[in-house]
Design a protein around this ligand. Structure first.
Ligand SMILES: Nc1ncnc2c1ncn2[C@@H]1O[C@H](COP(=O)(O)OP(=O)(O)OP(=O)(O)O)[C@@H](O)[C@H]1O
Ligand SMILES: O=P(O)(O)OC[C@H]1O[C@H](OP(=O)(O)OP(=O)(O)O)[C@H](O)[C@@H]1O
Ligand SMILES: O=C(O)c1cccnc1
Ligand SMILES: [Mg+2]
Length: 564
């Protein structure tokens, strides 16, 4: 598994582009101006948060902290970075001493408190709080944002798809066995992703969101993910007739067998002929496709799964799969299933499962065959399928998962909230964009039923909310919105994850732990908060004392217009 190596030194960021120079020019310009004005060492606090949940939902899965920590642990400008910066026209005329200063900049004076990877997070709750010299904390902004935005978006997208795919639905007893399986999701997105890093990150953070496997082999190797896959239409297209598989054999794997190599085509043709007496379609399937399936069985007798929609699913692919399956079974192998990649996935999966059920009395493994469905699946399609009878057991999802077509950016921001102990603020015409100034701490207040009631921000120096003690919680902006909460449990959402240039050992979760935590935290949320249609907003609040503090500060910082 990936993650921070707590035993030895922290590994470098996975993507070698992630260095101090992977930033926006204005970070360097501001840092120069701070340095020039003797402010680079001022103690500052920045918060990284998002303002709105993605995909019209009411929750977000926070992801990307592991790479943020690697980035910060290795944060350094090289001589060649600095030489390059000197050549940028806007840096012309900057003092040479600044470049010397840049060369010795590191994160040894930076402290970061954060939610852990896989945390369920809500708007305005700081995901990270970065504390350190102004010149350095400012330099981290862009890279931290790029390392959090897409990972959190994809983890959230994946978790929404997994919730949709696994939603309980009514299944009549008379339907085939596959209809009662809870489907799983496999990530197929690499080819459609926004470049190699997009593809790799998608595989990683889809796993955090609950996808059980990926087709991305590199991600499998580097992250220890389950790798899975079927085959493409191209494989089927390469065969045109049965003569191409004459003489191809599979080893007899039955207990009583001799282990000899058995030619498979004659046995397939025997079954085809026999079954055609009841269903003539068995006799008229596409021969090239049948040859391809035989060839695939020769290559993967233990792992036989066929894409059945190259020519015609129900009258060719399915039937060709069945005859090869029967032969493999006779030879002591357990076939795995089919993939559908076009057409009405509910109807076709159900028809295939019914066909399997008709063989299952004599050959029970037919009940266990997987039915993989792919082809532009998105969250809406998953919900539409839930309303129909279907027998899909595995969803292969690519394009709409990795490109986050439903919402392509999360919109995390990194905002200055304090300098030298003084709370800083930014006003905006849009209430959503008004900044809550000052250093704060986020808590989750949990009710008697074990479900979170709301998240609460306190001022940094306020005492912690106490279990079983009534707390007045206030909407940050709307005065009349208040609630008195007596929590059964109080959870501090931040942990110290980075201190004095070093990753705090075991503070963050590794990928596996984050995946488990995300699933558990989601299940704990009230179902109406995580539902797809018109979810109930989860409450976020500030303490009464923080409320008064911010409103006084807003009043004092907002100019009063003179009208006449
Ligand atoms: N039963 C269903 N209910 C709702 N949506 C479905 C159902 N079956 C398939 N879909 C979705 O409908 C869309 C069908 O797309 P489209 O019409 O382009 O595919 P197709 O013509 O079947 O396949 P292809 O173009 O690959 O041959 C896909 O997004 C698919 O996931
Ligand atoms: O549909 P997605 O969710 O992106 O899943 C990945 C897609 O990639 C493959 O298609 P391929 O590249 O062969 O293209 P095509 O099926 O669109 O022709 C596969 O057959 C899936 O349809
Ligand atoms: O293994 C598969 O079936 C697969 C992999 C990537 C994209 N589409 C399908
Ligand atoms: Mg396709």
């Amino acid at each position: 598994m990936s993650g921070i190596d707590n035993e030895g030194s922290t590994p470098s960021p996975t993507n070698t582009l992630v260095t101090a120079l992977l930033t926006d020019m204005y970070q360097i310009s501001m840092t120069y101006a701070h340095w020039k004005n003797d402010r680079a060492d001022d103690e500052s606090v920045f918060e990284l948060f998002f303002r709105r949940n993605p995909f019209g939902g009411e929750y977000t899965i926070f992801a990307g902290l592991d790479e943020c920590l690697k980035f910060m642990a290795h944060f350094k400008f090289t001589q060649s970075d600095v030489d390059y910066l000197k050549t940028i026209p806007s840096m012309k005329g900057c003092d040479d001493a600044f470049f010397d200063w840049l060369l010795q900049v590191d994160t040894s004076k930076v402290k970061v408190y954060a939610m852990r990877d896989g945390s369920v997070a809500f708007p305005r709750m700081p995901l990270l709080m970065v504390q350190g010299p102004l010149g350095i904390a400012q330099l981290l902004e862009t890279t931290l944002l790029t390392l959090v935005n897409y990972p959190s978006l994809i983890a959230t997208n994946a978790s929404r798809m997994v919730l949709a795919a696994t939603e309980r639905r009514e299944v009549s007893e008379s339907l085939p066995a596959q209809c009662r399986q809870t489907p799983v999701c496999v990530e197929f997105g690499l080819r459609r992703a926004q470049g190699p890093d997009g593809g790799f990150s998608a595989s990683k953070y889809a796993a955090m969101g609950g996808f059980v496997a990926t087709s991305n082999v590199q991600a499998g190797k580097l992250l220890g993910l389950n790798v899975a896959g079927t085959h493409a239409h191209a494989f089927v297209q390469t065969y045109t007739g049965l003569e191409e598989v004459k003489g191809r054999t599979v080893t007899d794997n039955t207990e009583q067998g001799t282990g000899e190599n058995v030619e498979i085509l004659p046995k397939v043709l025997e079954y085809r002929h026999k079954l055609a007496t009841d269903n003539p379609n068995f006799g008229t399937t596409n021969d090239g496709e049948l040859a391809a399936f035989i060839a695939y069985a020769v290559a993967f007798p233990h792992n036989f799964l066929c894409l059945v929609d190259t020519y015609e699913t129900l009258t060719s692919g399915l039937l060709n799969f069945v005859v090869v399956t029967l032969v493999l079974d006779d030879l002591g192998y357990v076939p795995k299933g089919i993939r559908l990649d076009s057409g009405d996935l509910a109807y076709l999966s159900l028809e295939c499962a019914k066909c399997f059920a008709s063989f299952a009395e004599k050959r029970p493994y037919f009940h266990n065959l997987s039915i993989v469905a792919s082809n532009d699946i998105n969250e809406d399609v998953l919900h539409a399928l839930n309303k129909q009878d279907h027998a899909i057991t595995v969803y292969g999802i690519g394009t709409n998962l990795v490109t986050c077509q439903a919402q392509p950016a999360l919109g995390c921001v990194y905002k200055l909230v304090e300098v030298e102990g003084r709370p800083r603020m930014k006003l905006s015409q849009e209430i959503e964009k008004v900044l809550i100034p000052g250093r704060k701490k986020p808590y989750r207040l949990v009710g008697r039923d074990g479900r979170p009631i709301m998240d609460l921000l306190t001022g940094y120096d306020e005492s912690e909310p106490q279990t079983n003690v009534r707390i007045l919680c206030r909407h940050a902006f709307i005065e009349r919105k208040r609630a008195a909460v007596t929590p059964s449990r109080v959870e501090a959402l931040h942990v110290l994850v980075f201190d004095h240039g070093k990753v705090v050992p075991d503070a963050n979760r590794n990928l596996d732990q984050a995946r488990v935590a995300a699933a558990e935290e989601l299940q704990r949320l009230r179902p109406d908060v995580r539902r797809y249609f018109n979810p109930t907003p989860y409450k976020i609040a500030v303490t009464d004392s923080l409320f008064h503090f911010l409103h006084e500060l807003w009043q004092s910082e907002t100019p009063v217009p003179e009208l006449s």
